[in-house]
Design a protein around this ligand. Structure first.
Ligand code: NAX
Length: 328
Protein backbone atom coordinates (compact mmCIF):
# COMPACT_ATOMS: atom_id res chain seq x y z
CA UNK A 1 0.00 0.00 0.00
CA UNK A 2 1.10 3.58 -0.64
CA UNK A 3 2.34 5.76 2.23
CA UNK A 4 -0.23 8.40 3.15
CA UNK A 5 0.17 11.91 1.72
CA UNK A 6 -0.27 14.84 4.05
CA UNK A 7 -2.77 17.44 2.87
CA UNK A 8 -3.27 20.76 4.64
CA UNK A 9 -6.51 22.65 4.15
CA UNK A 10 -6.97 26.15 5.57
CA UNK A 11 -10.38 27.64 6.20
CA UNK A 12 -11.41 24.04 6.79
CA UNK A 13 -14.62 24.92 8.63
CA UNK A 14 -15.78 27.26 5.87
CA UNK A 15 -18.21 26.69 3.01
CA UNK A 16 -15.67 25.43 0.48
CA UNK A 17 -14.02 23.30 3.14
CA UNK A 18 -17.31 21.56 3.76
CA UNK A 19 -17.45 20.39 0.14
CA UNK A 20 -13.73 19.86 -0.29
CA UNK A 21 -12.67 17.70 2.64
CA UNK A 22 -15.04 14.85 1.93
CA UNK A 23 -13.89 14.57 -1.65
CA UNK A 24 -10.21 14.60 -0.71
CA UNK A 25 -10.87 11.87 1.88
CA UNK A 26 -12.80 9.92 -0.75
CA UNK A 27 -9.75 9.80 -3.04
CA UNK A 28 -11.12 12.16 -5.70
CA UNK A 29 -8.03 14.37 -5.58
CA UNK A 30 -4.99 12.13 -5.22
CA UNK A 31 -6.34 8.81 -6.44
CA UNK A 32 -8.43 5.93 -5.17
CA UNK A 33 -5.30 4.09 -4.00
CA UNK A 34 -3.73 7.01 -2.16
CA UNK A 35 -4.29 7.29 1.60
CA UNK A 36 -4.37 10.84 2.98
CA UNK A 37 -3.82 12.56 6.29
CA UNK A 38 -5.76 15.82 6.64
CA UNK A 39 -4.14 18.67 8.58
CA UNK A 40 -6.87 21.25 9.04
CA UNK A 41 -6.30 24.89 9.88
CA UNK A 42 -8.83 27.37 11.17
CA UNK A 43 -8.51 30.68 12.96
CA UNK A 44 -8.07 30.35 16.76
CA UNK A 45 -11.58 31.75 17.31
CA UNK A 46 -13.56 29.40 19.54
CA UNK A 47 -16.55 29.16 17.23
CA UNK A 48 -14.39 28.33 14.21
CA UNK A 49 -12.46 25.66 16.10
CA UNK A 50 -15.70 24.15 17.38
CA UNK A 51 -17.18 24.08 13.87
CA UNK A 52 -14.00 22.42 12.64
CA UNK A 53 -14.42 19.68 15.26
CA UNK A 54 -17.94 19.16 13.96
CA UNK A 55 -16.72 18.70 10.39
CA UNK A 56 -14.13 16.22 11.66
CA UNK A 57 -16.87 14.29 13.45
CA UNK A 58 -18.68 14.00 10.11
CA UNK A 59 -15.49 12.91 8.36
CA UNK A 60 -15.18 10.19 11.00
CA UNK A 61 -18.76 9.21 10.34
CA UNK A 62 -18.03 8.60 6.66
CA UNK A 63 -15.54 5.86 7.58
CA UNK A 64 -13.50 6.69 4.48
CA UNK A 65 -11.06 3.83 3.81
CA UNK A 66 -8.42 6.27 2.51
CA UNK A 67 -8.52 8.67 5.45
CA UNK A 68 -5.44 7.65 7.42
CA UNK A 69 -5.66 10.43 10.00
CA UNK A 70 -6.64 14.04 10.64
CA UNK A 71 -5.68 16.81 13.00
CA UNK A 72 -7.11 20.23 13.85
CA UNK A 73 -4.86 23.28 14.09
CA UNK A 74 -4.96 26.98 14.85
CA UNK A 75 -1.29 27.57 14.01
CA UNK A 76 0.06 27.24 10.45
CA UNK A 77 3.42 26.09 11.85
CA UNK A 78 1.85 22.87 13.05
CA UNK A 79 -0.81 22.59 10.33
CA UNK A 80 1.77 22.66 7.52
CA UNK A 81 4.28 20.26 9.11
CA UNK A 82 5.58 17.90 6.42
CA UNK A 83 2.62 18.53 4.09
CA UNK A 84 2.82 17.32 0.49
CA UNK A 85 -0.15 19.41 -0.65
CA UNK A 86 -1.48 22.64 0.85
CA UNK A 87 -4.85 24.05 -0.13
CA UNK A 88 -5.01 27.63 1.09
CA UNK A 89 -8.74 28.29 1.10
CA UNK A 90 -9.23 30.48 4.17
CA UNK A 91 -8.97 34.18 3.56
CA UNK A 92 -10.31 37.42 4.91
CA UNK A 93 -13.63 38.26 3.23
CA UNK A 94 -14.49 41.86 2.43
CA UNK A 95 -16.29 43.32 5.44
CA UNK A 96 -18.69 46.28 5.49
CA UNK A 97 -16.94 49.51 4.54
CA UNK A 98 -13.73 47.70 3.69
CA UNK A 99 -11.87 49.13 0.71
CA UNK A 100 -10.19 46.93 -1.84
CA UNK A 101 -6.87 48.13 -0.47
CA UNK A 102 -7.77 47.05 3.09
CA UNK A 103 -8.80 43.65 1.76
CA UNK A 104 -5.53 43.24 -0.09
CA UNK A 105 -3.55 44.19 2.98
CA UNK A 106 -5.46 41.94 5.37
CA UNK A 107 -4.91 39.01 3.04
CA UNK A 108 -1.30 39.93 2.37
CA UNK A 109 -0.71 39.49 6.09
CA UNK A 110 -2.38 36.09 6.21
CA UNK A 111 -0.48 34.80 3.18
CA UNK A 112 2.85 36.18 4.39
CA UNK A 113 2.47 34.27 7.65
CA UNK A 114 1.33 31.12 5.85
CA UNK A 115 4.08 31.33 3.22
CA UNK A 116 6.69 31.61 5.96
CA UNK A 117 5.21 28.64 7.79
CA UNK A 118 5.25 26.53 4.61
CA UNK A 119 8.84 27.60 4.06
CA UNK A 120 9.77 26.47 7.56
CA UNK A 121 7.93 23.16 7.92
CA UNK A 122 6.33 21.82 4.72
CA UNK A 123 7.76 19.03 2.59
CA UNK A 124 10.49 20.50 0.37
CA UNK A 125 8.41 19.68 -2.68
CA UNK A 126 5.00 20.69 -1.33
CA UNK A 127 2.46 21.67 -3.95
CA UNK A 128 0.46 24.73 -2.97
CA UNK A 129 -2.89 25.84 -4.35
CA UNK A 130 -4.32 29.18 -3.28
CA UNK A 131 -8.11 29.43 -3.51
CA UNK A 132 -8.71 32.30 -1.08
CA UNK A 133 -9.19 35.63 -2.82
CA UNK A 134 -7.55 37.60 -4.25
CA UNK A 135 -6.12 34.23 -5.25
CA UNK A 136 -3.35 35.24 -7.68
CA UNK A 137 -1.96 37.95 -5.46
CA UNK A 138 -2.24 35.78 -2.35
CA UNK A 139 -0.31 33.02 -4.14
CA UNK A 140 2.32 35.56 -5.18
CA UNK A 141 2.73 36.70 -1.59
CA UNK A 142 2.95 33.16 -0.21
CA UNK A 143 5.54 32.32 -2.88
CA UNK A 144 7.64 35.38 -2.05
CA UNK A 145 7.41 34.50 1.65
CA UNK A 146 8.75 30.99 1.07
CA UNK A 147 12.14 31.47 -0.62
CA UNK A 148 13.42 27.99 0.22
CA UNK A 149 10.57 26.23 -1.60
CA UNK A 150 10.42 26.03 -5.41
CA UNK A 151 8.53 29.12 -6.67
CA UNK A 152 6.85 26.99 -9.33
CA UNK A 153 5.05 25.05 -6.59
CA UNK A 154 2.88 28.06 -5.73
CA UNK A 155 -0.27 28.17 -7.82
CA UNK A 156 -3.61 29.98 -7.84
CA UNK A 157 -7.01 28.61 -8.77
CA UNK A 158 -8.29 29.62 -12.21
CA UNK A 159 -9.87 26.22 -12.70
CA UNK A 160 -13.34 27.30 -11.66
CA UNK A 161 -13.23 29.95 -14.40
CA UNK A 162 -11.94 27.30 -16.80
CA UNK A 163 -14.76 24.90 -15.92
CA UNK A 164 -17.35 27.66 -16.19
CA UNK A 165 -15.98 28.57 -19.62
CA UNK A 166 -16.17 24.92 -20.74
CA UNK A 167 -19.80 24.62 -19.66
CA UNK A 168 -20.93 27.82 -21.33
CA UNK A 169 -19.21 26.92 -24.59
CA UNK A 170 -20.58 23.38 -24.57
CA UNK A 171 -24.10 24.72 -24.04
CA UNK A 172 -23.73 27.21 -26.90
CA UNK A 173 -22.76 24.58 -29.45
CA UNK A 174 -24.89 21.79 -27.96
CA UNK A 175 -21.98 19.40 -27.48
CA UNK A 176 -20.76 17.50 -24.43
CA UNK A 177 -17.97 19.00 -22.32
CA UNK A 178 -15.73 16.11 -23.32
CA UNK A 179 -15.86 17.21 -26.98
CA UNK A 180 -13.98 20.42 -26.13
CA UNK A 181 -10.21 20.63 -26.04
CA UNK A 182 -7.62 23.40 -25.90
CA UNK A 183 -9.67 25.94 -24.04
CA UNK A 184 -7.86 28.15 -21.54
CA UNK A 185 -8.28 31.12 -19.25
CA UNK A 186 -5.64 33.82 -19.07
CA UNK A 187 -4.88 36.13 -16.19
CA UNK A 188 -6.34 37.05 -12.85
CA UNK A 189 -9.10 35.14 -11.08
CA UNK A 190 -11.48 38.09 -11.30
CA UNK A 191 -14.05 39.32 -13.80
CA UNK A 192 -11.14 40.52 -15.98
CA UNK A 193 -9.93 36.96 -16.68
CA UNK A 194 -9.99 36.07 -20.36
CA UNK A 195 -11.65 32.79 -21.32
CA UNK A 196 -10.06 32.04 -24.66
CA UNK A 197 -11.48 29.54 -27.14
CA UNK A 198 -9.58 30.86 -30.15
CA UNK A 199 -7.38 27.72 -30.06
CA UNK A 200 -10.12 25.35 -28.93
CA UNK A 201 -11.51 22.45 -30.87
CA UNK A 202 -14.91 20.81 -30.51
CA UNK A 203 -14.98 17.26 -31.77
CA UNK A 204 -11.74 18.17 -33.52
CA UNK A 205 -13.27 21.14 -35.40
CA UNK A 206 -12.17 24.73 -34.68
CA UNK A 207 -14.48 26.13 -32.00
CA UNK A 208 -14.26 29.62 -33.48
CA UNK A 209 -15.78 28.47 -36.77
CA UNK A 210 -18.49 26.46 -34.99
CA UNK A 211 -19.51 29.37 -32.78
CA UNK A 212 -19.01 31.97 -35.49
CA UNK A 213 -20.71 34.68 -33.46
CA UNK A 214 -18.45 37.49 -32.37
CA UNK A 215 -21.13 39.42 -30.53
CA UNK A 216 -22.02 36.31 -28.48
CA UNK A 217 -18.38 35.95 -27.50
CA UNK A 218 -18.03 39.58 -26.44
CA UNK A 219 -21.48 40.35 -25.08
CA UNK A 220 -22.66 37.04 -23.66
CA UNK A 221 -19.88 34.51 -23.21
CA UNK A 222 -17.14 36.58 -21.60
CA UNK A 223 -19.50 38.54 -19.28
CA UNK A 224 -21.33 35.33 -18.25
CA UNK A 225 -18.12 33.54 -17.33
CA UNK A 226 -16.57 36.67 -15.79
CA UNK A 227 -19.59 37.51 -13.62
CA UNK A 228 -20.58 33.95 -12.76
CA UNK A 229 -19.39 34.28 -9.18
CA UNK A 230 -21.68 37.29 -8.66
CA UNK A 231 -24.59 35.47 -10.33
CA UNK A 232 -24.21 32.55 -7.91
CA UNK A 233 -24.20 34.91 -4.92
CA UNK A 234 -27.29 36.64 -6.28
CA UNK A 235 -29.12 33.32 -6.73
CA UNK A 236 -27.94 31.40 -3.69
CA UNK A 237 -27.27 34.15 -1.21
CA UNK A 238 -23.87 32.54 -0.73
CA UNK A 239 -20.77 32.36 -2.90
CA UNK A 240 -19.80 29.35 -5.00
CA UNK A 241 -18.72 26.53 -2.75
CA UNK A 242 -19.25 23.04 -4.18
CA UNK A 243 -18.12 24.15 -7.64
CA UNK A 244 -15.10 25.89 -6.13
CA UNK A 245 -14.21 22.76 -4.16
CA UNK A 246 -14.63 20.70 -7.32
CA UNK A 247 -12.29 23.01 -9.21
CA UNK A 248 -9.67 22.71 -6.46
CA UNK A 249 -9.91 18.92 -6.70
CA UNK A 250 -9.54 19.12 -10.50
CA UNK A 251 -6.54 21.46 -10.25
CA UNK A 252 -4.55 19.33 -7.81
CA UNK A 253 -5.56 16.01 -9.37
CA UNK A 254 -4.41 17.14 -12.79
CA UNK A 255 -1.18 18.59 -11.37
CA UNK A 256 -0.31 15.40 -9.49
CA UNK A 257 -1.70 12.76 -11.82
CA UNK A 258 -1.26 14.42 -15.24
CA UNK A 259 -3.52 15.53 -18.09
CA UNK A 260 -2.31 13.06 -20.74
CA UNK A 261 -1.45 15.83 -23.16
CA UNK A 262 -4.74 17.71 -22.68
CA UNK A 263 -4.77 21.40 -21.86
CA UNK A 264 -6.06 22.84 -18.66
CA UNK A 265 -5.69 26.19 -16.88
CA UNK A 266 -3.56 26.89 -13.83
CA UNK A 267 -2.54 30.15 -12.20
CA UNK A 268 1.24 29.84 -12.05
CA UNK A 269 4.27 32.08 -11.68
CA UNK A 270 5.12 33.28 -15.18
CA UNK A 271 8.43 32.31 -16.76
CA UNK A 272 8.07 35.27 -19.11
CA UNK A 273 5.98 33.39 -21.68
CA UNK A 274 3.58 35.46 -23.77
CA UNK A 275 5.09 38.69 -22.45
CA UNK A 276 3.77 38.15 -18.91
CA UNK A 277 6.45 39.49 -16.56
CA UNK A 278 8.38 36.77 -14.80
CA UNK A 279 7.02 35.85 -11.38
CA UNK A 280 3.47 37.20 -11.86
CA UNK A 281 1.00 34.50 -10.86
CA UNK A 282 -1.12 34.36 -14.00
CA UNK A 283 -3.62 31.98 -15.58
CA UNK A 284 -1.97 30.09 -18.45
CA UNK A 285 -2.84 27.12 -20.64
CA UNK A 286 -0.80 24.19 -19.34
CA UNK A 287 -0.33 20.47 -19.73
CA UNK A 288 0.91 18.37 -16.84
CA UNK A 289 2.99 15.23 -16.55
CA UNK A 290 4.88 13.52 -13.71
CA UNK A 291 3.76 16.14 -11.18
CA UNK A 292 5.02 19.09 -13.26
CA UNK A 293 3.11 21.58 -15.39
CA UNK A 294 4.30 23.11 -18.64
CA UNK A 295 2.93 26.24 -20.31
CA UNK A 296 1.56 25.54 -23.78
CA UNK A 297 3.97 27.36 -26.07
CA UNK A 298 3.84 28.86 -29.54
CA UNK A 299 0.21 30.03 -29.61
CA UNK A 300 -0.79 32.80 -32.00
CA UNK A 301 -2.48 35.43 -29.85
CA UNK A 302 -4.88 37.51 -31.96
CA UNK A 303 -5.45 41.24 -31.43
CA UNK A 304 -8.65 40.86 -29.41
CA UNK A 305 -7.08 38.23 -27.16
CA UNK A 306 -4.01 40.39 -26.63
CA UNK A 307 -6.18 43.32 -25.63
CA UNK A 308 -7.98 41.17 -23.05
CA UNK A 309 -4.75 39.66 -21.74
CA UNK A 310 -3.28 43.14 -21.32
CA UNK A 311 -6.34 44.22 -19.35
CA UNK A 312 -6.22 41.38 -16.84
CA UNK A 313 -2.43 41.74 -16.55
CA UNK A 314 -2.81 45.42 -15.75
CA UNK A 315 -5.27 44.66 -12.97
CA UNK A 316 -2.95 42.06 -11.51
CA UNK A 317 0.02 44.43 -11.63
CA UNK A 318 -2.02 47.00 -9.73
CA UNK A 319 -2.87 44.40 -7.08
CA UNK A 320 0.75 43.44 -6.78
CA UNK A 321 1.87 47.05 -6.55
CA UNK A 322 -0.68 47.55 -3.77
CA UNK A 323 1.04 44.95 -1.60
CA UNK A 324 4.64 45.41 -2.75
CA UNK A 325 5.64 47.19 0.45
CA UNK A 326 4.51 44.16 2.47
CA UNK A 327 6.52 41.58 0.55
CA UNK A 328 10.13 41.23 1.62
P1 NAX B 1 -16.04 31.00 4.21
O1 NAX B 1 -16.08 32.35 4.81
O2 NAX B 1 -17.25 30.12 4.27
O3 NAX B 1 -14.86 30.17 4.89
C1 NAX B 1 -13.59 30.68 5.04
C2 NAX B 1 -13.00 30.07 6.30
O4 NAX B 1 -11.64 30.47 6.38
C3 NAX B 1 -13.70 30.55 7.58
O5 NAX B 1 -14.10 29.42 8.33
C4 NAX B 1 -12.60 31.35 8.29
O6 NAX B 1 -12.66 31.18 9.69
C5 NAX B 1 -11.35 30.71 7.72
N1 NAX B 1 -10.16 31.57 7.77
C6 NAX B 1 -10.09 32.90 7.60
N2 NAX B 1 -8.84 33.33 7.77
C7 NAX B 1 -8.09 32.23 8.02
C8 NAX B 1 -6.72 32.03 8.31
N3 NAX B 1 -5.87 33.06 8.37
N4 NAX B 1 -6.30 30.78 8.53
C9 NAX B 1 -7.16 29.74 8.51
N5 NAX B 1 -8.46 29.87 8.27
C10 NAX B 1 -8.92 31.11 8.03
O7 NAX B 1 -15.53 31.20 2.72
P2 NAX B 1 -15.59 30.17 1.49
O8 NAX B 1 -16.87 30.32 0.80
O9 NAX B 1 -15.18 28.82 1.96
O10 NAX B 1 -14.47 30.80 0.54
C11 NAX B 1 -13.10 30.78 0.89
C12 NAX B 1 -12.31 31.67 -0.04
O11 NAX B 1 -12.37 31.18 -1.38
C13 NAX B 1 -12.78 33.11 -0.10
O12 NAX B 1 -11.64 33.95 -0.05
C14 NAX B 1 -13.42 33.21 -1.47
O13 NAX B 1 -13.37 34.52 -1.97
C15 NAX B 1 -12.55 32.27 -2.26
N6 NAX B 1 -13.08 31.77 -3.54
C16 NAX B 1 -12.18 31.60 -4.56
C17 NAX B 1 -12.55 31.07 -5.77
C18 NAX B 1 -11.55 30.88 -6.86
O14 NAX B 1 -11.97 30.50 -7.96
N7 NAX B 1 -10.25 31.11 -6.70
C19 NAX B 1 -13.97 30.72 -6.05
C20 NAX B 1 -14.78 30.50 -4.82
C21 NAX B 1 -14.49 31.43 -3.67
O15 NAX B 1 -15.20 32.63 -3.87
Amino acid sequence: AKAPMRVAVTGAAGQIGYSLLFRIANGDMLGKDQPVILQLLEIPDEKAQKALKGVMMELDDCAFPLLAGMTAHSDPMTAFKDVDVALLVGARPRGPGMERKDLLEANAQIFTVQGKALDAVASRNAKVLVVGNPANTNAYIAMKSAPSLPAKNFTAMLRLDHNRALSQLAAKVGKPITAIEKLCVWGNHSPTMYADFTHATIDGQPAKALVNDESWTKDVYLPTVGKRGAAIIEARGLSSAASAANAAIDHVRDWVLGTNGKWTTMGIPSDGSYGIPEGMVFGFPVTTENGEYKIVQGLQVDAFSQERINLTLKELQEERDGVKHLVG
